[in-house]
Design a protein around this ligand. Structure first.
Ligand SMILES: Cc1ncc(COP(=O)(O)O)c(C=O)c1O
Length: 393
């Protein structure tokens, strides 16, 4: 079967990273990869912190955090006064959930594409407060209009307090119509939390235009920031109701300071995050985005082809902008979380290739990412060797 050609490589980009050259890293989506220049920037900040900890923490650190937050919010098209730096998307979700004041009779609605840890968080908050958790099923083949219809029909105004949707789903790499969904929820008086863990750096800046009550995105995936860097964006009416998970010295300062200041912690990841964005911009934001999405699409085709999946059966719910693609695995493989984890580890060990393997909707899926440090031959090598590995059950 003929496969469309891969994108032009971004020459030399691999040298920006310190990734093990003996491994194919086709899973940027899970934990990202930090460019060397960003690692160095963070190390310089740590050196400064260790040279005089008292000075580092007490002279201007809050202002430096504010400056960084404004920079990141500007990059993401978010209101800088409505944004708070946080450690990761999971923390941002937990901050929102426990600020809602859920009560018995309230309901939180998620979808069957939601991220596992976020689902656990919703479940726990519902158990703690007596609220209920309901999961809305979204068929992978649904169009944007159908998704909006399903959501509209699924909301129970007066009862549904929060709808949690992903901007880009993890297991299925689906770009959901977040703005349209938020619009429908708004019409019905339901608050919306957009889990945008994968959006910063991958999608153009759009936070404000989505119009969600809450949005949280990781900079440490596609934004090349050190791990532990995320931005929680909160609509104006909610800001003063947002409570941090840990109360510390900025509590009286209100939002966002009270969310950001988490006592004695290492704030150097946040402060070096702008260097990650600088790296992205230096490579050319559009060029990186187009390259990564096209390379993931190429990888999906060559690996899908090798596994005997026809192009018509390769899902494309992310469209041309998402740098992650999924491939259905042969029936019976990786159908549970444990089996998916075991298969991912077997692929890593035997084929020296890092991929994501997920169990979703009763079957196993392989998720491949494209990033500037990847090249077409890495997907071709996987395609050549994966069928034999999967055949050894
Ligand atoms: C959709 C989604 N939400 C949340 C997360 C969690 O991100 P973090 O571990 O940075 O909190 C991920 C991680 O991959 C994700 O894909």
């Amino acid at each position: 079967m003929s496969v469309p050609p891969p994108p032009e490589p971004i020459t030399g980009a691999r040298l920006l990273f310190s990734l093990d050259p003996a491994v194919s890293h086709l899973n940027h989506g899970s934990f990202g990869a930090v460019p060397i220049v960003v690692q160095r920037a963070q190390q310089r900040l740590r050196d400064e912190m260790e040279a005089d900890p008292l000075r580092f923490f007490t002279r201007g650190l809050v202002d430096r955090i504010t400056h960084t937050r404004r920079h990141l919010a500007g990059f993401l098209g978010a209101d800088p006064d409505g944004a708070a730096l946080t450690t990761n998307a999971t923390t941002g979700v937990a901050v929102v959930l426990q600020s809602l004041g859920l009560r018995p009779g309230d309901e939180v609605l998620t979808t069957d594409h939601g991220y596992g840890a976020v689902e656990f968080s919703v479940r726990r908050e519902c158990r703690r407060t007596g609220a209920t958790h309901r999961v809305l099923r979204l068929p992978l083949a649904a169009t944007d209009e159908e998704v909006v219809q399903i959501v509209r029909a699924g909301l129970r105004p007066g009862r549904t307090r929060l709808l949690v949707i992903d901007q880009i789903t993890s297991a299925t790499a689906w770009l959901l119509p977040a703005a349209a969904i938020a619009g429908v929820a708004r019409e019905q008086g339901v608050s919306v939390l957009v889990d945008a863990a994968h959006a910063p750096g991958m999608l153009p800046a759009t936070v404000q235009s989505i119009g969600a009550d809450f949005w949280v995105g990781n900079l440490h995936k596609w934004g090349y920031a050190p791990r532990g860097t995320a931005l929680l964006v909160v609509a104006r009416p909610w800001r003063e109701r947002i409570e941090p998970l840990v109360v510390s010295w900025e509590q009286e300062a209100g939002f966002p300071g009270r969310v950001e200041w988490q006592a004695t912690a290492d704030y150097t990841a946040w402060l070096s995050a702008p260097v990650g964005l600088y790296t992205l911009r230096s490579l050319g934001l559009d060029r990186v985005r187009e390259h990564n999405a096209a390379l993931a699409a190429y990888g999906q085709r060559v690996v899908g082809d090798a596994l005997g999946v026809s192009p018509a059966d390769l899902p494309d719910p992310g469209g041309p902008t998402v740098a992650m693609r999924i491939i259905p695995l042969p029936a019976g493989l990786a159908t549970s979380i444990d089996a998916a984890r075991a298969l991912r580890e077997r692929i890593a060990e035997r084929l020296a290739t890092q991929v994501a393997v997920t169990a979703w909707d009763g079957r196993g899926w392989l998720r491949l990412c494209g990033q500037v440090y990847n090249s077409p031959d890495e997907y071709e090598r996987l395609a050549a060797r994966l069928p034999a590995l999967l055949a050894q059950r």
